[in-house]
Design a protein. Structure first.
Length: 202
């Protein structure tokens, strides 16, 4: 479908405005990057979101004002509008946004410091006695551990001595039993039988 020169000029002007709008939309992502520290992955996701949404906006624009036909002057107008905004108003917006965000962060930090100041001071005051108590408990625990180690050594040595005493007693009993057994073997009874009568023992 043919469009008059006047109509093309109007669409070109609209495309300039479209480029400026896309520049403002890009400034939103730039301000987010100032406020929040973004990693490489998050920046890539933001750029992908921006370009995909910009493509959709350009498509809707061409459907409405140029009957869905892709024209070079439309893309050229959008690029010119974006560049002009980015180099003029975009710089001012970016600087103002950075100043405002820095001011807000300073105010937030100062407010947090004011709120937490009494608690910090109380912690410093209480840290002195609690620190001494901690050191005292640490010494007590060390002494208890040393006593436990000594007690373990004492129990081990006592058990060894008791074991040696029991083993020596068992050996002595075994020797005595062997001696008794040998004495009984030495004793011999000699019985002289004369018929059915027991005559004597030798």
């Amino acid at each position: 479908m043919t469009v008059s020169v006047y109509g093309q000029a109007v669409v070109f002007l609209y495309s300039l405005i479209l480029g400026a709008v896309l520049g403002m939309f890009y400034d939103v992502f730039r301000i987010i990057r100032i406020a929040l520290k973004s990693s490489t992955a998050s920046v890539f996701i933001q750029d992908l979101l921006y370009f995909s949404s910009s493509a959709v906006i350009c498509f809707v624009f061409m459907m409405k004002y140029n009957f869905g036909e892709l024209r070079g002057y439309i893309l050229l107008g959008a690029l010119i509008g974006f560049a002009v905004y980015y180099r003029t108003i975009g710089k001012i917006v970016y600087k103002c946004a950075s100043i405002i965000i820095k001011f807000i962060t300073k105010v937030i930090r100062l407010t947090v410091r004011i709120i937490t100041y009494p608690f910090v001071q109380a912690g410093r005051i209480l840290s002195v006695p609690f620190g001494k108590i901690y050191l005292l408990l640490k010494k007590i625990v060390k002494k208890c551990g040393f006593c436990v180690i000594k007690f373990k050594k004492f129990v081990k040595s006592y058990c060894k001595k008791l074991k040696s005493i029991v083993l020596s007693n068992n050996k002595n009993k075994f020797k005595v039993s062997n001696k008794n057994g040998s004495g009984e073997n030495v004793r011999r009874r000699v019985i002289i039988y004369n018929g059915d009568d027991d005559i004597g023992e030798a």
